[in-house]
Design a binder for this molecule. Sequence first.
Ligand SMILES: NC(=O)c1ccc[n+]([C@@H]2O[C@H](COP(=O)([O-])OP(=O)(O)OC[C@H]3O[C@@H](n4cnc5c(N)ncnc54)[C@H](O)[C@@H]3O)[C@@H](O)[C@H]2O)c1
Length: 342
Amino acid sequence: MKKDKYSVALLGCGPRGRDHARAFADNPARFELVGICDKDAERLQSVSSTYEGAEPYTDAERMLSELKPDVFCFATLPRIRLELVELGVRHGVKAIAYEKPMATSLGEARRIHDLCEKAGIKTIVSHQHKYGNHWLRVKEIIDSGDIGEIHTIHATAKGWLLQYGTHLVDYMMFLNGGHRGTWVVGHVHGKEKLVDSHPSPDYALGQIEFENGVRGILECGSLAPDQPGGNSFWMNVGATVYGSEGYAQVIVGSGWQASTRSSSGLIEGSGGFDVEHDQAPYIRDLADWLDDPAKVHPCNGDVTYHGFEMVMGVCLSSLERRKITLPIESCEPIMERLKSVL
Ligand SMILES: NC(=O)c1ccc[n+]([C@@H]2O[C@H](COP(=O)([O-])OP(=O)(O)OC[C@H]3O[C@@H](n4cnc5c(N)ncnc54)[C@H](O)[C@@H]3O)[C@@H](O)[C@H]2O)c1
């Protein structure tokens, strides 16, 4: 049922929880932050004291049972996902907003996806960079047809697969008109990051065939190339879209570039990762989706699960030396298997 304001209970007072709290507060006409939870008392105190009216809690179950919020938002490290989604489902929330990656295994991701679908709960995952002006400008150039028919998207990040890969496959779909992947092949290398909080091979190279024939090339981790602009490690990320008459490129740390049919040479513009800019509209779109089921959020659980399958498919392909057709039927512990062979 449409509401003027949706009540929100937030778990996690780390850097990303703070971003979320600010974004809900930046949309006061649509959301009311009623509870904030963290088991770390100091963090809880510093965040909850900023948001008047939000009750502080150290126990998530208690927060949800007492406040019965419309939206449960959690911003935690990836090791805790399914457990918190199950908590939200048990307490009958309307929506769950949480951090990427959606899980650390395909089995967990599928369980989350199916559980929320069955319960009729809307979910969104924070692949919010695409709200950035440079991503929007490149999307506008592609959609205008000024680089002709697009055929290849090359997306790279120095950050490893479960840190950045889930962002990049999401943005590939976004730039490619929402088309889904049909198969992936992949190569992976290096085991140091398999024991990280975002378990991943140190480097992953994947090729994705999208249903409209566009090829996606994904490179994440230690051997990924630099993007232009001399950006810092986490900003050394980007996506270049090649068309029959030019190209357009997002460089996460420093803006965009393009050479198009009408540009007669290189054109470029500013932009950059800006969480305050990107997070508020990402959150606002959740209220629109709750109001109207037809206004499906661009970071919805279906798209996120499909992206997660692509990322895991890259690893599975490398393990089994074969093309992986999407959707992936099996639910194997792919990262565990990588540990034994890398
Ligand atoms: N979308 C983006 O742009 C972006 C950017 C950076 C990081 N991230 C993602 O954000 C996540 C990490 O966020 P962070 O850096 O804020 O994490 P963090 O670990 O600093 O903070 C998480 C907080 O949650 C609390 N917490 C965890 N489990 C709890 C529980 N069961 N009950 C109560 N409190 C609990 C912890 O005490 C901690 O204070 C990662 O998944 C990372 O990939 C996303």
